[in-house]
Design a protein around this ligand. Structure first.
Ligand SMILES: Nc1nc2c(ncn2[C@@H]2O[C@H](COP(=O)(O)OP(=O)(O)OP(=O)(O)O)[C@@H](O)[C@H]2O)c(=O)[nH]1
Ligand SMILES: [Mg+2]
Length: 240
């Protein structure tokens, strides 16, 4: 493992909007024997998220344009060409950063280009998802199977991808459509994609999306719109 890590430079990208309470917990659990650099993308937080990130040794990237996708795109731009593998992780401590080695393993052993951590494969993780989130992910997975032949069980935020594969995708979405866009584009680009079960727990702090009606409706609308847009348009992506 030590030699392999030397071969691969791995960065973590954490989109953040007002997560000062959870961020120190997330950063403390990221395995430093695998990860070279942590980019915390501050999406216009009004709390001390940026300060606590810097205090914990992360590189803070400012992205004033709101939206989960915007934050991810800014993190990718900041990482540039210096990393072979990029890992995405939420900043609310609902993911388990200590499982990062499991998420990157199929990439490190050369069997996958893109790995999605699924929260739907383990009972206790599934139970930690709010019912609307469980239903939304199930419906999205059914539609992706029917419309694209994609076998997946979740649009989980905890995921890893090689820099080269990410470049081939040409990601564009700036908010809630980011996760599903990456999985659909990965299919259209012919990436080797695999899913692994990950743990999940209720977030630290106030829910912004899945725990609110407006957040759930906005996210669901954008995810469904993204799925059907790609089914109708089927853009050609570089397959090699
Ligand atoms: N809501 C929201 N989160 C953002 C934004 N930019 C970055 N984030 C971060 O993106 C990650 C995912 O957002 P969450 O609010 O956890 O979304 P969720 O997990 O679907 O729903 P909840 O955890 O219930 O709020 C978190 O680390 C947020 O801090 C943004 O514009 N809006
Ligand atoms: Mg969350």
């Amino acid at each position: 493992m030590f030699n392999q890590r030397r071969l691969r430079h791995t960065a973590v990208i954490i989109p953040v909007l007002n997560e000062e309470a959870s961020l120190p917990l997330v950063l403390a659990d990221i395995p430093s024997d695998i990860v070279d650099t942590i980019f915390v993308v501050d999406n216009g937080s009004t709390d001390r998220s940026a300060e606590v990130a810097r205090e914990a040794g992360a590189i803070v990237v400012e992205e004033p344009r709101r939206g989960y996708g915007s934050a991810c795109l800014a993190g990718i731009a900041a990482a540039g060409d210096d990393f072979d593998v990029l890992v995405f992780l939420d900043g609310d401590y609902s993911d388990h950063p200590e499982e990062l080695a499991l998420v990157v393993a199929p990439i490190f052993d050369g069997t996958a280009d893109f790995v999605v951590g699924s929260r739907m494969l383990r009972k206790e993780s599934r139970r930690a998802l709010l019912p609307q989130s469980r239903f939304g992910n199930w419906l999205a997975a059914v539609l992706m199977r029917l419309l694209f032949g994609i076998r997946c069980s979740d649009l989980g935020p905890f995921r890893a991808i090689t820099r080269d594969a990410l470049r081939r995708l040409g990601m564009q979405d700036r908010d809630f459509g980011w996760t599903v866009e990456m999985q659909v584009r990965a299919k259209l680009a012919g990436l080797r994609v695999t899913e692994i079960p990950v743990s999940y727990r209720p977030r630290v702090g106030e829910s912004k999306i899945t725990g609110t009606l407006s957040g759930t409706l906005r996210a669901s609308y954008k995810i469904l719109k993204t799925i059907f847009w790609y089914r109708i348009r089927r853009p050609k992506l570089g397959t090699d």
